[in-house]
Design a protein around this ligand. Structure first.
Ligand SMILES: Cc1ncc(COP(=O)(O)O)c(C=O)c1O
Length: 455
């Protein structure tokens, strides 16, 4: 077993430092770039049970549907979410992910533009993150005591994130958002929340089946970037307003007027302003949108790229607001689990050693420019590229054409995200960017040829 070698490294906890060469080289995804032990980290031996060629005949989609009520525990990974059609041709299960490449259960390799829904910005199995993770793993990732990584990471986040003076860790983004709302309600002694955006699946912000009407009544939704609606909802909540909670970027930056209105309404009504920086944190800037805009929330919540794919969320904010956490109860058995904390410490190393966010912007710009060029060259209409450079998206007017495009792109080795962001990663090297343009181009041309053939 390849993992045996990691455990044989010994149990002494080592805090790795950034290896300049490794980080500079992080866009290299070949095994050659790794130490021999690390090269084995994410791959099973060829002759072991479960090697890709053994899986070719297994229909993972059917097996998943038989035992998982929704087919995949992450909503966006269900076949219908991936392709717009549960029966679409395209991979649903992967076997190995490294850099910007994913190998599916049959051994086919794809360049991934989805990057785990934005959870990964440095690339899959990034060597420096792996090194910290494996050290944390071999040192025992949990115990009855808190791991020192928790304190180290909290201190470092306070140095990196403008609004952060204290930190509460949790595992999932939705959990982090729920904790922020609980802190705001405790701090203010109030119950109503006005919000705009997606904050995860938890009851407080959901209108899905199974959420009690009494809970829904405490959350008032306002549209993105609508100053009048926000001011109206906040004033209406009045002295019951606990928090204004905002996902600050939805396909575009918000107007300054909207964000300033949110800040002003929260302050004047004595409520807490919360920014959900799940997708923007460690992507637009390390501190997310509020670092970019310089509009300070009272609390902000980070996840996704924070730990480059390891499960971690961080609620951060002003000391006096954060201290309300002492007066309520927010706790999770594995909140301080050290592997994800170590991964985030490694992510901070990388951000300290180079301007990751600048690379994500230029790489994303090249990716979307390549796809836009492919659209133009093919002459296809009814599709455009939208969004921000590090998080851009394809907009199809016709969902059936989108499904077919995605299927065709897959045959050219490219995974695009349906109806949501494609995320740039530092692992998208020049070769990948070229392949993305070529794959998109071929898929658009074939789509048009098919449509002409059917006419
Ligand atoms: C803006 C935002 N907030 C919260 C969440 C929920 O995070 P998680 O899925 O990790 O619970 C997401 C997930 O996509 C998100 O995009």
């Amino acid at each position: 077993m390849p993992f045996r070698r990691f455990f044989e490294r010994g149990t002494k906890r080592e805090t790795p430092t950034v290896d300049e060469e490794t980080v500079a080289d992080e866009t290299e995804v070949s095994d050659d770039a790794l130490e021999p032990d690390e090269a084995d980290a994410g791959t099973l031996d060829e002759d072991e049970e479960g090697a890709p060629e053994d899986q070719a005949e297994i229909n993972w989609r059917d097996r998943a549907n038989a035992v998982l009520p929704t087919g995949a525990s992450t909503g966006s990974k269900r076949a219908e979410a991936l392709y717009g059609d549960a029966n679409a041709a395209g991979p649903t299960h992967y076997y190995n992910a490294s850099g910007c490449r994913v190998v599916d259960a049959t051994g086919e390799s794809y360049i991934d533009c989805t990057m785990a829904l934005g959870a990964v910005a440095l690339g899959y199995a990034e060597p420096h993150v792996q090194e910290w993770v494996l050290n944390a793993l071999s040192a025992g990732n949990v115990s009855g005591l808190s791991n020192v990584h928790e304190v180290e990471l909290a201190e470092r986040l306070c140095a990196h994130i403008p609004c952060a003076e204290m930190v509460q860790f949790l595992k999932a983004g939705a959990e982090g958002m729920s904790a922020a709302i609980r802190i705001a309600r405790t701090y203010t002694g109030r119950d109503l929340v006005v919000g705009s955006g997606y904050f995860g699946w938890h009851d407080w912000s959901s209108d899905a089946a199974g959420v009690p009407a009494a809970v829904r009544a405490l959350f008032r939704v306002v549209p993105f970037d609508d100053v009048t609606a926000l001011e109206h909802a906040a004033r209406e909540a009045g002295d019951r307003l606990a928090a204004i909670v905002i996902e600050p970027v939805i396909e575009r930056l918000p107007s300054e007027a909207w964000i300033l209105a949110a800040r002003e309404m929260a302050s004047s009504l004595g409520a807490v302003l919360i920014f959900d920086e799940m997708k923007t944190g460690f992507r637009l800037r390390p501190g997310g949108y509020h670092e970019l805009s310089d509009v300070m929330p009272d609390l902000a919540v980070f996840g996704k790229a924070l730990a480059n794919g390891f499960p971690l969320a961080a609620v951060v904010g002003h000391r006096d607001v954060m201290q309300a956490a002492r007066r309520t109860w927010i706790s999770s058995t594995l909140a301080g689990e050290s592997v994800a904390l170590a991964a985030a410490n490694a992510v901070l190393d990388v951000h300290e050693s180079r301007d990751v966010c600048a690379t994500l912007a230029t790489t994303g710009q090249a990716m979307r420019a390549g796809v836009a060029a492919a659209i133009k060259a093919s002459g296809i209409t009814g599709v455009r590229v939208d969004g921000l450079d590090p998080m851009w998206l394809l907009r199809f007017e016709d969902p059936h054409r989108e499904t077919r495009f995605l299927e065709l792109a897959v045959t050219h080795g490219i995974l695009f995200k349906r109806g949501a962001y494609n995320f740039a990663a530092t692992a998208h090297d020049d070769e990948a960017v070229t392949a993305i343009e070529e794959g998109a181009s071929a898929a658009f041309v074939e789509l048009l040829e098919e449509e002409r053939g059917q006419a």
